[in-house]
Design a protein around this ligand. Structure first.
Ligand code: UDP
Ligand code: MG
Length: 318
């Protein structure tokens, strides 16, 4: 019998957790040919998430949980879950039921046909503001233009991964993670299915615009050095323009004898160039910051507790 792990990162999800559990169990109970493991990763929740998980596990041995030592963010919670998942396939799902568990049989169907990464693409984005829809569409566009790896648009983390895709992802140990890009980067056989993303069942989203902007910058800087290239190109263009303007000024000074005017143009050029220089330094800084963070080679996360057992030895899986 094949085992399938359903991996659910949860951060302050006390309001939906039980609902999530019941809806998922309803679905997997009909799939009698598989063994299931419901692996929750408690990402340092400050509410009752952990105690709910503990009581669920007491009732139902199909439940496992990993309690991280603090809040590490969803991207890290997911890799922690992948490290602990034991299944031949892993389904990644949000706790808030925005990813309907009813889709799991379809994901498994394509997995059985030999696909390694069956991902669910959103047909609609109900319950998200127009601003979020617009910014995310623009972000995908920019990211796709700057990188050669195909980026899956309108696709979240909701997907089924075969064991070999999971093991591939587990080898990518960078600390600043952009998992959506990693799914594309590892390759393997992909299959897209469409679904309607529901609004959150209860509770509040953990994403603020600040964290979305951070994720966007993460996405770009971890997958492409195009911004660095762009600043070199802008540098060349600006120097060329400056050279032509210089010829013009020399010419007009020698021929027309006009050598005093020009405060306005001088100011414009200085401020424009100053802005460009700061921008390029900022871009270099982004990449340098990433290098700095990666060179520390810290473990990605620490685990406090796994299935009712305190983790005593803080030895990392890698
Ligand atoms: N999440 C997490 N750690 C965090 C933030 C979120 O594990 O620091 C989980 C959260 O519990 C949920 C999933 O990631 O299962 C998606 O979060 P959310 O629904 O808030 O994001 P949205 O769907 O609004 O993008
Ligand atoms: Mg959500």
């Amino acid at each position: 019998m094949k085992t399938i792990s359903i991996l659910i990162p949860a951060y302050n999800e006390e309001e939906v957790l039980e609902q999530c559990y019941h809806r998922t169990i309803n679905v997997i109970e009909k799939l009698v040919d598989y063994r299931f493991e419901l692996l929750f990763v408690n990402d340092g929740s400050k509410d009752n998430t952990l105690s709910i998980l503990k009581s669920l596990r007491m009732m139902d041995s199909r439940i496992s949980y990993v309690n991280l030592s603090r809040n590490f963010g969803k991207e890290v919670a997911m890799i922690a879950g992948l490290d602990y998942a034991r299944g031949d396939a892993v389904v990644l799902m949000d706790a808030d039921l925005q990813d309907p568990p009813e889709l799991i049989p379809e994901l498994i169907k394509y997995w059985e046909q030999g696909y390694d990464d069956v991902y669910a693409k959103r047909r609609s984005r109900d319950g998200e503001s127009w601003l979020k829809k617009l910014t995310s569409a623009q972000f995908y566009r920019v990211l796709q233009k700057t990188t050669r790896i195909p980026i899956q648009e309108d696709t979240g983390d909701f997907r089924l991964l075969d064991r070999r895709a999971v093991d591939a992802l587990r080898q990518l140990r960078e600390t600043q993670r952009y998992t959506k890009g990693m799914f594309s980067w590892i390759g393997f056989n992909k299959k897209e299915i469409l679904f309607n993303r529901d609004p959150r069942a209860a509770g509040k989203t953990k994403w603020h615009y600040a964290s979305l902007i951070n994720l966007a910058i993460e996405g770009i800087t971890s997958f492409t050095v195009a911004p660095l290239r762009l600043s070199s190109i802008v540098g060349v263009i600006v120097s060329l323009c400056a050279f032509l303007y210089m010829l013009f000024i020399i010419g007009s000074t020698l021929m027309l004898g006009n050598n005093v005017d020009g405060y306005a143009s001088l100011m414009t050029v200085i401020l424009f160039l100053g802005g460009l220089q700061l921008l390029s330094i900022g871009i270099i800084g982004e990449y340098l910051g990433r290098v700095f963070n990666e060179t520390k080679r810290r473990p990605l996360y620490f685990v406090d507790e796994y299935n009712n057992e305190k983790v005593k030895e803080i030895v990392h899986l890698h």
